[in-house]
Design a protein around this ligand. Structure first.
Ligand code: AMP
Ligand code: MG
Length: 348
């Protein structure tokens, strides 16, 4: 891999133009979207796409999402999308929704990881749109973290992971949503949810029936073929051992009291931090999943910085964007869940 002196620059017009020029030359750059920071490359240039995989250390069988900035860019990239795709686009684009559609011959195999489909998204972030328009390219972009690390929700987080690996990161401030896009497979009359995100199941159900792929909430067994390859990776993992804790706050407090020790941290709801005998970070009010989504990856990074060895997390509600929060936590926790009874004792 080339060694770069990575520039972290404000996402103004001049720097967006420079980033677009780099993309046209087949280089990769960091940029903000409304979900998380992304690592951009020309989706139609296999060498540029290979650079994305190398910079992230991403497994080659995990396909990239292709980003567009107008509906006119779509026909070139996909083959005969179902009518439902246009209805969903009308409702939720630009925005944090990725539709998996049959790919056109223009999408290189490396971009779609050999699949016959491609994930397409039209982001709402103005910097993302400007970069796509200015470059004149559909942009392949996974999250801008090293593979396996929490996704970056601020330019500085991306810098921590990508410094020296890429020429430039556009700093457009913190990301509004904080978790990656909703990924859906689109059929004739229904969609299948592969990854929950900012466009929620409840929102999709306003348009059509939604089937939730078992991989959203359950471990994908080794060797099983999955519809969406990203589901089988551990993902988002901080260095600490993360566990989700189900039960009341009283039970949580009793349980944490027995776990307390060096390197033990808690992630809890607003107002619960001060009642615990371990360092505790709040990821928002219990009934505010949007706040939790916004903060989750930041907090996982902060736990690493503070030397956490074990992190116990209060189990969030799974309605609305809460399902996305829970899905990311499950992967950060490698599906470890502690079930507490009322006295705070873990069920075996
Ligand atoms: P990331 O780019 O890191 O946000 O991850 C992209 C996610 O979208 C992964 O979980 C992939 O499995 C999923 N994805 C991308 N393209 C496809 C596709 N063609 N079919 C199914 N899932 C896809
Ligand atoms: Mg990612």
């Amino acid at each position: 891999m080339e060694k770069w002196k990575t520039e972290l620059v404000p996402a103004d017009e001049a720097n967006i133009a420079r980033a677009a020029a780099l993309l046209r030359q087949g280089e990769v750059v960091g940029f903000p979207t409304e979900t998380v920071y992304g690592l951009a490359g020309d989706a139609l240039n296999p060498e540029a796409v290979e650079k994305i995989f190398r910079a992230k250390g991403r497994p080659q069988d995990n396909p990239l999402i292709v980003h567009i900035a107008s509906m006119e860019m779509l026909p070139d990239l996909v083959n005969n999308p179902p009518e439902l795709a246009f209805k969903l686009a009308e409702a939720f684009w630009p925005g944090p929704m990725t539709m998996v559609l049959p790919k056109s011959a223009r999408i290189p195999d490396v971009t779609s990881a050999g699949l016959s489909t491609v994930g397409i998204r039209f982001p709402s972030n103005p910097v993302a749109q400007a970069l796509i328009r200015e470059s004149g390219l559909p942009i392949a972009a996974p999250s801008g973290n090293l593979s396996g690390r929490p996704s970056p929700t601020a330019a500085q987080h991306m810098m921590e992971d990508m410094d020296g690996r890429i020429p430039m990161i556009l700093d457009g401030g913190p990301c509004a949503v904080g978790v990656e896009s909703t990924v859906i497979g689109v059929g004739e009359d229904r969609v299948r949810l592969f990854r929950p995100g900012g466009i929620t199941v409840e929102m999709l159900e306003e348009i059509c029936p939604v089937e939730i792929d078992p991989g959203v909430l359950h471990v994908v067994e080794a060797g099983r073929k999955v519809a969406s390859p990203g589901m089988k990776y551990r993902h988002y993992a901080p260095k600490a051992d993360v566990k989700i804790v189900e039960g009341s706050f009283d039970a949580f407090r009793a349980f944490i009291g027995r776990q307390a020790g060096e390197g033990v941290f808690a992630i809890v709801f607003d107002g619960e931090e001060t009642a615990l005998p371990v360092p505790a970070l709040s990821f928002g009010a219990e009934d505010d999943p949007a706040a939790q989504a916004h903060l989750l990856f930041d907090l996982l990074r902060e736990c690493d910085e503070r030397g956490a060895k074990e992190v116990y997390v209060r189990s969030p509600r799974t309605t609305g964007i809460g399902l996305a929060v829970y899905n990311r936590l499950l992967r950060a926790a490698a599906f470890q869940i502690v079930h507490l009874d009322e006295s705070g004792v873990a069920a075996q």
